[in-house]
Design a protein around this ligand. Structure first.
Ligand SMILES: [Zn+2]
Ligand SMILES: [Zn+2]
Length: 196
């Protein structure tokens, strides 16, 4: 006696369940597709200021789905804008630390802030302020403690007024030139006198 499927299960009910499952699956896939597109757009926005690049990446994922997403994951900028900013800050802080850490320019041994002389090689590291004896860096123009001009710099500024004095003697030759011009004027003036 041949058996029919309809004898055991309700075919209509099975097809209904199958349709229901398929629609659920479809809705899930649609949501997943939308989520991938939105995620790609947001991810690209966090990695690049270029809005067009983010739209393009999202569009590619919208059209080609998973393969485009894989390609995007390979090609996307390595770090986000925030990560890049934090890295720049860390690098700057590291550079400042290196600058702050003092070392003798003569023997490159570590020195301390209040040392005026390297005890190893006798290199002059600092100069004392003439007013308050604050240890001044050799490159400083002014004492940061009492705003007195640094002694080394003051000595350099002093010769400068002498420099404007130097052109003074050069005026004398120009006077000589003027007298030569006067002489020529006189010589020019003399011919009419001789004609008279
Ligand atoms: Zn030294
Ligand atoms: Zn001072």
């Amino acid at each position: 006696m041949p058996f029919e499927l309809g004898d055991f299960v309700n075919l209509e009910a099975v097809t209904q369940y199958a349709l229901y499952a398929l629609s659920c699956m479809g809705a899930f896939l649609a949501a997943l597709w939308l989520a991938l597109v939105i995620w790609t757009f947001k991810d690209m926005r966090s990695r690049s200021r270029d809005v067009l690049a983010a739209i393009l990446a999202a569009l590619l994922v919208a059209i080609l789905n998973i393969p485009a997403l894989l390609i995007y994951l390979i090609l996307r900028p390595r770090e986000t804008l925030n990560e890049a900013y934090e890295r720049a800050l860390e690098e700057e802080a590291l550079l400042q630390q290196i600058e702050v850490r003092n070392s003798c320019p003569g023997c490159s041994r570590p020195t301390k802030d209040d040392w005026q002389l390297c005890p190893h090689c006798m290199t002059i590291l600092k100069k004392a302020c003439v007013q308050c004896a604050y240890p001044l860096d050799l490159t400083w123009n002014v004492c940061p403690s009492c705003s007195t001009p640094a002694p080394g710099r003051g000595g350099e500024i002093e010769p400068e007024p002498q420099a404007p004095l130097a052109p003074m003697p050069s005026i004398v030759p120009s006077k000589a030139n003027a007298s030569i011009i006067d002489d020529t004027q006189e010589t020019v003036a003399t011919p009419p006198q001789t004609t008279e």
